[in-house]
Design a binder for this molecule. Structure first.
Ligand code: TYD
Length: 208
């Protein structure tokens, strides 16, 4: 089973994932965790290019292709093999991030992006996508407060983050059977509880 977590900046995704993974393991499943951009040696190199503060001149199409290149590597090298051996794979971001950020955020054509994503992933879609939804101002504020590393992408305007959030909500509404909306504005332990409930309801039956 392939589970992805999505959400705008400061939604708390990355801090929730380890506890969620541990909980699923306690239910008797093998869990493999990964994240985007990155997750492979090649992908981490691409991540450094994308995130580097000095790359201010990066063209949005170049950025999109780099995200897709890292993803193509991750899918073939890591995700598919783990799924093939029956693991629960959890990824901190996946293709929907490209639709939300490069599509809704930057205004790249969604149909073109979907074709590109299909090519990059070989058509691999998540079984369940958890959207940690948070108000844009609150999310950006959180990101600054928790002293997380400030990167080039964080420097975009608040308007951009609003478009990203709205984009996610639109994607979720269009495919409700795959997406599960989680209110990330709740206290952290409640967010964790909501994530666990959403996953529990979908976990495959274990082999006897
Ligand atoms: P990261 O430091 O991993 O942040 P986060 O904890 O929010 O995931 O940075 C990832 C950044 O890259 C984040 O701003 C979202 C952005 N991104 C895209 O714009 N498109 C993509 O396809 C992906 C995977 C990430």
């Amino acid at each position: 089973m392939f589970i992805t977590l999505e959400g705008p900046e400061g939604s708390g995704k990355s801090s929730q994932i380890p506890a969620l993974a541990e909980y699923i393991r306690q239910q008797g499943y093998n869990v493999f965790l990964t994240r985007e951009p990155g997750g492979t040696v090649i992908g981490d190199q691409i991540r450094n290019v994308i995130m580097a503060m000095e790359n201010t001149k990066m063209n949005p199409r170049a950025e999109t292709l780099l995200f897709c290149a890292a993803r193509a590597q991750l899918v073939e090298e890591v995700i598919r093999p783990h799924l093939a051996q029956g693991d629960i794979v959890i990824s901190d971001r996946y293709a929907d991030s490209t639709l939300a950020y490069q599509g809704y955020g930057h205004g790249n054509d969604l149909t073109t992006l979907r074709r590109l994503l299909d090519f990059a992933t070989g058509g691999l879609k998540p079984d369940l996508t958890l959207l940690l939804d948070v108000d844009s101002e609150k999310g950006l504020q959180r990101r600054r407060n928790c002293g997380g590393e400030w990167n080039r992408l964080d420097a975009y305007e608040l308007q951009f983050h609003r478009r990203v959030r709205e984009g996610y909500l639109t994607l979720a509404a269009a495919e409700p059977q795959r997406w599960q909306l989680i209110d990330a504005g709740q206290p952290v332990d409640l967010v964790q509880w909501s994530l666990r409930q959403a996953v529990l309801a979908r976990l495959p039956a274990k082999a006897a």
